[in-house]
Design a protein around this ligand. Structure first.
Ligand code: BES
Ligand code: MN
Ligand code: ZN
Length: 495
């Protein structure tokens, strides 16, 4: 990825050689923009006001207007920021993305940003850089010809911004992680196999000096991971149980020990309960998006180096069919001794996570957070722009929920209604892996996971809808969103 460089501009004199200016405009009311902060601009009378009038620009969030500017022999872009009192980090992140997109279409390799005094705040500067770097993401790895209808920004000049290179660097570290997650999710299952996830973890471990333990099939068998291994049985790809760990170097003990678990099913065919009809089997390369988020977080955490010990865990596998494949009705034993009747081989994510949760709890961590594209029911409940969060520990859930608005990655708390666990009753085993009744599919899945956590604070994010977008929106182009990386990193750094 070619990312633009940010540069702080201290004087307007140095703008002279720039060809493109982006002005953030507030909305006064539904019909009029607030132009008070523009009156001192040299371009105010000849360019900005005529453009506002002609395009009937109101400053509404998400809108743009562009014009050629004869004074600078370049372009002027207006970007709606919405009402000034409603500005938050996500407004700015989205506006930055919009500036990026607009410049790309206008073939401008550089831009000067005039966002009033918004970027004098550190959190706004960070959001601006994030929006820019997220919008810069374009996956052309599998295209034989690159898109020549756009020009990628090379330089972003920030005017009236706090000169804080560290904040820019932090944004770069986080978005490098988010975009790694997008790369992993966008790549198809013939490229991203469990072994490839393990190689990615190996590369991260080397570059950031993390410790890495990869458990092979036999190691997992020795640990009694019968639930996880049952999913791997029908695949020709060897499973890889990945355990990456970041330990701070500081002489002080870490302020917390955390385990992050990501569902890493690199392709979910459904198994013998094959995905048919509108089950979207062709999209199931993204069933490792939880794993991608965890590896993306490892990329960022390895660079940022906070004072927390963080474990990154992925029970990677494909869910496929061959003569060894798990059959509906099979009974397996998880590594905590609990027995599971596999009622439906397509409810495989929870089987892989069960053994990962048991493994994580044995590490003696303070909290476990898992991310999984676990249920289609989650997409029905919350759609594609937010994820559901489940758990038993109010403090853990609240701290994750607090990180959400700062990052723009939306999460909504779902109930862990224990009464529904009876739907998972099995005649022959401790439990079944699916609910006997229709309805509450995301909740029964979360209740199933809860069976594999004894006493550690635990939160489960069902990210099934949020990891993929069919259409571009905001700073995302179509495809993987990298959901979870920004949320996890913000939560790890700020709680
Ligand atoms: N990976 C799917 C969940 C999924 C479905 C994610 C659609 C994103 C979009 C998961 O393994 C699955 O198949 N879940 C089943 C569970 C059911 C069999 C109880 C589902 O949601 O249909
Ligand atoms: Mn499935
Ligand atoms: Zn799945």
């Amino acid at each position: 990825m070619q990312y633009p460089e940010f540069q702080f501009l201290s004087s307007k004199a140095s703008q002279a050689e720039q060809r493109c200016y982006a002005f953030g405009i507030f909305e006064k009311n539904d019909t009029t923009p607030d132009t008070t902060h523009l009156t001192g601009e040299p371009l105010y009378h000849d360019v900005l006001m005529p453009l506002i009038k002609e395009s009937q620009f109101t400053g509404k969030q998400g809108t743009t207007a562009t014009a050629n500017c004869f004074h600078t022999a370049g372009k002027v872009i207006l970007v709606g920021l919405g009402k000034q009192e409603a500005i938050d980090q996500e407004t700015i992140r989205q506006a930055a993305g919009l500036v990026y997109r607009t410049c790309a279409q206008l073939h401008s390799p550089s831009v000067v940003i005039h966002f009033a005094t918004l970027l004098t705040q550190q959190n706004h500067l960070k959001a601006f850089a994030e929006g820019t770097l997220l919008a810069a993401y374009l996956d052309e790895r599998f295209k034989s010809k690159k898109d020549t209808t756009i020009t990628h920004l090379k330089k972003v000049y920030l005017l009236n911004a706090i000169e804080d290179d560290q904040t820019i660097q932090l944004a770069q570290q986080i978005i490098t992680g988010a975009n790694l997650a997008r790369d992993l999710v966008n790549a198809p299952a013939n490229h991203v196999t469990p072994s490839m996830l393990a190689e990615t973890a190996t590369e991260l471990a080397q570059r950031h000096h993390l410790t890495l333990n990869i458990l092979e099939k036999e190691d997992c068998a020795r640990l009694g991971m019968g639930a996880y291994l049952s999913v791997t049985q029908g695949s020709s790809q060897p499973p890889k149980f990945i355990h990456l760990c970041y330990k701070p170097k500081s002489p002080n003990p870490p302020s917390a020990k955390i385990a992050l678990i990501g569902k890493g099913v690199t392709f979910d065919s459904g198994g013998l309960n094959l995905k048919i009809g509108n089950a979207q089997i062709e999209l199931m390369k993204y069933d490792m998006a939880g794993a991608a988020a965890v590896l993306g977080a490892a990329e960022a955490i390895g660079a940022i180096k906070p004072n927390k010990e963080i474990h990154f865990i992925i029970a990677a596998t494909e869910n496929m069919i061959n003569g060894n494949a798990t059959k509906p009705g099979d009974i397996v034993t998880a590594s905590n001794g609990k027995t599971i009747e596999i009622d439906n081989t397509d409810a495989e994510g929870r089987l892989t996570l069960a053994d990962a949760l048991v493994y994580a709890e044995k590490l003696g961590v303070d909290a476990i957070v898992d991310l999984a594209t676990l249920t289609g029911a989650m997409v029905v409940a919350l759609g594609t722009r937010m994820a559901g969060i489940f758990g038993t520990d109010a403090q853990l859930i609240n701290s994750l929920m607090a990180a959400s608005p700062r990052t723009g990655e939306k999460i909504w708390q779902m109930p862990l209604e224990s009464a529904y666990f009876e739907h998972m009753h099995s005649i022959v085993a401790d439990m079944r892996n699916t609910g006997s009744k229709k309805g509450a599919g995301s909740i029964t899945a979360a209740l199933f996971l809860q069976q594999f956590v004894e006493k550690t604070a635990w939160a489960h994010l069902d990210i099934a809808g949020a990891v993929w977008t069919e259409k571009p929106w905001s700073y995302y182009n179509a495809g993987a969103t990298g959901f979870g990386v920004r949320l996890l990193v913000d939560w790890l750094l700020n709680s």
